[in-house]
Design a protein around this ligand. Sequence first.
Ligand SMILES: [Fe+2]
Length: 353
Amino acid sequence: MVIDAARGGSLNSNSVFQGDYVSLLRNISKTALNPASNIIELLENTLRVMGDSLGTNLCAIYEASRSDGFRFMCGYKLESSCEADCLIQLVRKHAEDSLQNHKITFTHIEGSKLLYIMPLITDRTLGVIILGFNNEIHTNEMEILASISDILSTTIDRFFLQQQISRQYFSTVKSLVVAIEAKDVYTQGHSQRVSEYSKIIGRHLMLKDEVIKEIEITGLVHDVGKIGVSDQLLTKPNRLTDAEFDSISQHPEIGVKILQPLNVSENVMLGTFLHHKRYDLKGYPLEAGIDKLPLIPAIIGVADSFDAMTSERSYKKAMTKQNAVAELKLFRGTQFHPDIVDIVEELIDSNKL
Ligand SMILES: [Fe+2]
């Protein structure tokens, strides 16, 4: 980035920034490098630390997108998302210049506000940060801005890269599930249906969007551990022996091990681990370390059984939805969470499932 050489040390008494900039950069790095599953949350925390330490009157980060130009990601001390849109319109040319020439640019806007536009670049163009100040910044302070811009560039780049790796790994896991289900013509599409049913139940419960997403993912991957179970057992039409049942009961634990590198949320892990645990805490895994069945595995457990009952298998015909609900009700409060059984009944009665 085009910046004069650093002078280092604490800032002089005329500085706009106050305090020791080494500890300032350390604080920003610490915040920006925190492990987080949500980049916006991470950047917001970083902007807050940065904005308070630098005494800025506004901060905003925009992603540079080939198709949409600059897309607002997050801000601090912005009054509205409208202000975020106006801001980038005002400085669009400076932002483009900043990215093209890898340099910090600045411009005056209404009143005495000064906007500094910093590029976010690694080996690819990521976006820009805009910082607003009441006074002009000294040359040595520009070096601090350049360092902050480098830290944030690395943070965003690392996050996008992790996301890309996770997406690829997730596709692999989904392919594994398809491969497992393909071994038995009767189970094809099971995980997809469990995912759909669970989402409908989650929406009926008015759960937050991020929880619905976790439910959707859990439904898709809950049986991935079956890859570690022999094909003969998975497709055995007759009753399983105790030893065979013990073997197949390992699949939730195997599933969790497969999901580990995916960096999925705790809820997805727990949902996969506990999807065969019953409401009365019988079922498997035997040693689950819980005193109450969490909501996501409770939903997946009901959806899983509902799909098993309403699908044809090598050893049985498909039940009607009404008969499946009657069966769920027989085990309401023992195997199945009573509220989830009631919801499934309501959904069936109103043709929503
Ligand atoms: Fe399962």
